[in-house]
Structure formats: structure tokens, C-alpha cells
Design a protein around this ligand. Sequence first.
Ligand SMILES: *Cc1c(COP(=O)(O)O)cnc(C)c1O
Length: 425
Amino acid sequence: MDHFVYKDGVLHAEDVPLARIADALGTPFYCYSTATLVRHYRVFAEGFDGLDSLICYSIKANSNLAVIGTLAALGAGADVVSGGEIRRALAGGVPAHKIVFSGVGKTRDEMAMALDAGIMQFNIESEPELAALSAVASGRGATAQIAVRINPDIDAATHDKIATGRKDNKFGIPWPRAREVYRAAAASPGIEVVGLAMHIGSQLLDLAPFEAAFTLAARAVAELRGDGHDIRRLDLGGGLGVTYGQDTPPPPADYAVMVRRCVGDLGCQLIFEPGRVLAANAGILVCRVIYVKETGHKTFLVVDAAMNDLLRPALYEAGHEIIPLKEPAAAAPRAPVDIVGPICETGDILALARPMPPVVADDLLAVRTAGAYGSVMASTYNSRLLVPEVLVKDGEFSVVRARQTFEELLGSESLPAWLAGKSAA
Ligand SMILES: *Cc1c(COP(=O)(O)O)cnc(C)c1O
């Protein structure tokens, strides 16, 4: 459920008509809803009432400071995958002791920064990473609390580009090899083994792969304790899917029941790293139709948002729902159109053969479920400026990232001395 609904025939974000934001800022822009973020967080958290648990929002899904801040105010921690994300998490108000650091390529500089900040836990993804962290931590007289990320070799049945828990993916360490890594960790200076971590993929629409992975996790925790490790935290990652078009993801409550059944009685603090399920439906991308282009063969809606603003359709063939800001009549005819951006790439598509009500140039459209892996993946390809982000709360809206300017876009570039001051004859 989200708070982007038609009221009196016009699409609102909570109590704000989206056309009003478009008038103030121009298009395109991302708009996020506080009430939706809060609701998603609460629904997810409620499933674990009474358990020792911590929700570490995976901030790569949407790392706008206002989004992080909204979730941090509810008690969320953060799952981060870079030093930059640690800075964002802290700037957004997440306390260091609620930050989990994941990722296969943590550099020594990032490790040092994370240790100095005092983060909760490093999720280790390889032996050389463990050795590096041991060297960095002991060199600073610090102790890094770690979990080892297990690769359970489970097919999450999701898009290939976001499956992470198969043995041919770069993530985690296969069980039982991970057992050896734990042995090495226990003997490493500057390292304290505290937990076990997993994250098998994103946009999962079925609980079965989670259940298989968490069952393996429970067995691994028991074996590791038998080996003498004090496994007191279990990080189950993120990955719960959302509805883009026809998908039917499991409700968070069902996920929670399954989690309790698999790992609820291990006596571990449970850590979750949801990203998409919190942020996706809390955001939309608003754009304007520039032209309606009829080729005789097809109708194209050429809009002012493109693959540089929202990469998901091009990268994952994602089928985001797209609706007009002005509510179409229920009886309006629907005809298939391709909704495309201005970028000079055939792949610059927001939707293919999408049945749409009649739309004319200058109409405003909302691309739904764009709050996760939307603005964070944007680029300036074709020298298009990064678009603004707006956060709505009740009847108010705030621009939480301004539209980039051409001064910013060009300001960090320069001509080398041998070209400066010359112009073509
Ligand atoms: C991306 C990622 C997540 C979040 O995944 P969602 O599908 O957005 O819930 C969680 N943990 C790790 C380690 C990740 O890389």
C-alpha cells in the first residue's frame, strides 16, 4: 500500500497534488512519501515484535539523506556497501553502532574509516578481505566485530543481475569452506567473530529460497557454536520483492513467520537488511510527455525522463506501472504505446507496448514503484542533469535534492593547458 492516490481526479502524494510540485520544480522529479516509508518500515518491523532484532535499511536502494533520516528516526540502522554510504548513513542520523558494512571490495581506507566511526559489524566476503581487516584493525589497536557472509548456493529465482546467492556469484563464501574462514578469523588479531550473514538476492517473489537459505543458516550457527565460536548475531540480508506490474510478492508478515520458524529460537539477535521493500513503493518518478510520435506502425510517448534517470527498465526489463497525473475515465480506451526517453539509445525505454489511456503532449505521467534503485542509479548520460528529489509529508513537500545545474555538471571539468585559450581557426 502506498500514499500516491487519485483525489478529485488528480494524483496526490499524501495530501499534495503532484501537479503542484511539477509547477514549482519542473519535470522530471522523484517524489517520496513519508507516510509510505513509515508504513513499510512498521509493517516489516511488526513481524519481529518480541524478538531481539535490528532492521538495517540497505541504503543503496535509496540513499537520499531525507529517506535515511526518516527511517533512522523510526529506529532503523543501515546496511552499507561503501565508505560513501557510511558517510551518508551517519549524516542521515543512523548511529554508528547500528551500521553493518557489506560488500566484496572493501578497501583498507574504507575499513579504517569504518573502524574509526565505530560501526557495529563487518560482513566478510573472502579470506583476503579478512586478512586485510585484521591488519587494519590491529594496526589501529581496534577490534572489528565480524560475521562471515555465507553463500548458500541457492537460486533465488530472480533476475540474473540481482541474484547473489549462487556459487557462481561473486558474493559470500560457500559453506562448508566458510567454516575454515571462521577458524582463521578466531585466530586473527583485531578480529572478533560475532555472527553469520547471508543475502541471497533481490526482488524475491517466493519464500522458498529464503527458507532453504535460513535453514542452512540455522545449521551453520549450530556447527559454528560447536566449533567454539560465539555466534550471537544472525544477519539475514534483504531481498523481499515488491510489485512492479503483475508480480505477487509474499507479504512481510508471511516472511516474518517463516523467519521465526527457521531461526527464531537460535538465541541470536536477528539483523535484516531490507532495501527495496521499504523504499520502492514509497517513490515515483514524475515526467512530462514531450511528443506523441505516430509512425504508422507504432505510437511512442516521448517523455522527458529517460534511462539515465531510471535505469531499471533498460537494465532489468522492469515493468513499472505508469499512470497519468490526471485520472483517466474508467471507460477510457486503452491502446498500446511505447514510452521512451530522449536518449540516443534504443534501450532508452520506460515501457514497451503498454496499454495506456489517451495521452497528449504536455500531460504529466507518474512512473510508480521508483523509490528504490531509481535516483541512486541515475547518471548524467547525454549531459542530462540529475533530477530533483522531493519528500512529501502530509500536506507539505520539501526539495531534498535540488536539480543539478550546468555549472555543477561542467564545473569539475577543465581543458588541459595545451588546449586552454585556443579556439579552432
Ligand atoms: C542490495 C543489498 C540488500 C538490499 O536488497 P533489497 O533487495 O533491496 O532488499 C541487502 N543486503 C545486501 C548485502 C545488499 O547488497
